[in-house]
Design a protein around this ligand. Structure first.
Ligand SMILES: C[S@@+](CC[C@H](N)C(=O)[O-])C[C@H]1O[C@@H](n2cnc3c(N)ncnc32)[C@H](O)[C@@H]1O
Length: 189
């Protein structure tokens, strides 16, 4: 039997649950939802009964196998590459930890944590392509940490034509986790 390699997939943690709570407040029954970087699929599973459609993506094939086992519709994708559709709600708990060469983990799990030296190396390209994947009236919830530089993220969102609003936050010993609600600045013209 092929191994599921569960140790290569992110274990739901405080960030997962903070994003999940924000998503449950945000989602509407008519929404088509994309959860990017779904990991084990916990967030997508909770949303399937609350939205019209939920699609979960990840770059890690082991994560997708686990999510599919829970009955979630999955697509393997590197950020928005190959994704043509637009969504009403996009969710992402990205790798956001500043990570130098010496901090890298072995194998697929590295992709769950490694935000590059700035912590924003996955967050930045996500925001650059976000507008093109939101349906009219669409919005995104992005989980970030103060460790990855909130001011820089908000500045980048503005430069990418997005309005960012903090909708949830939780303090920990060494960081604060924040959920940003992103939508196109000036609406859909
Ligand atoms: C912090 S984990 C979050 C997992 C899950 N959503 C949760 O909240 O428990 C980040 C996830 O993003 C995925 N990921 C990292 N880089 C990605 C990329 N370029 N495209 C798609 N998924 C990516 C990782 O494989 C990992 O499953």
């Amino acid at each position: 039997m092929r191994s599921m390699k569960t140790d290569h997939v992110y274990e739901p943690a405080e960030d997962t649950f903070l994003l999940l709570r924000a998503a449950l407040k945000e989602v509407r029954p008519a929404d088509s939802v994309l959860e990017m970087g779904c990991g084990r699929g916990l967030i997508s599973r909770e949303l399937t009964s609350k939205a019209r459609r939920v699609i979960a993506t990840d770059i890690n094939p082991h994560a997708l196998r686990m999510a599919r086992k829970m009955g979630i519709e999955t697509v393997r994708a590197d950020l928005f590459r190959g994704i043509k559709a637009r969504f009403d709600l996009i969710l992402f708990n990205p790798p956001y930890l500043p990570t130098g060469p010496q901090d890298k983990l072995e194998g697929w799990l590295n992709l769950a944590f490694n935000g590059g030296v700035s912590g924003r190396e996955t967050i930045n390209p996500f925001m650059e392509d976000l507008r093109d994947h939101l349906a009219p009236g669409g919005r995104a919830l992005l989980l970030v940490s103060t460790l990855s530089g909130l001011i820089e993220i908000e500045e980048k969102a503005k430069n990418d034509g997005l309005e960012a609003m903090m909708v949830a936050r939780e303090k920990y010993f060494f960081e604060e986790l924040v959920v940003l609600r992103l939508r196109p600045a000036g609406g859909f013209l």
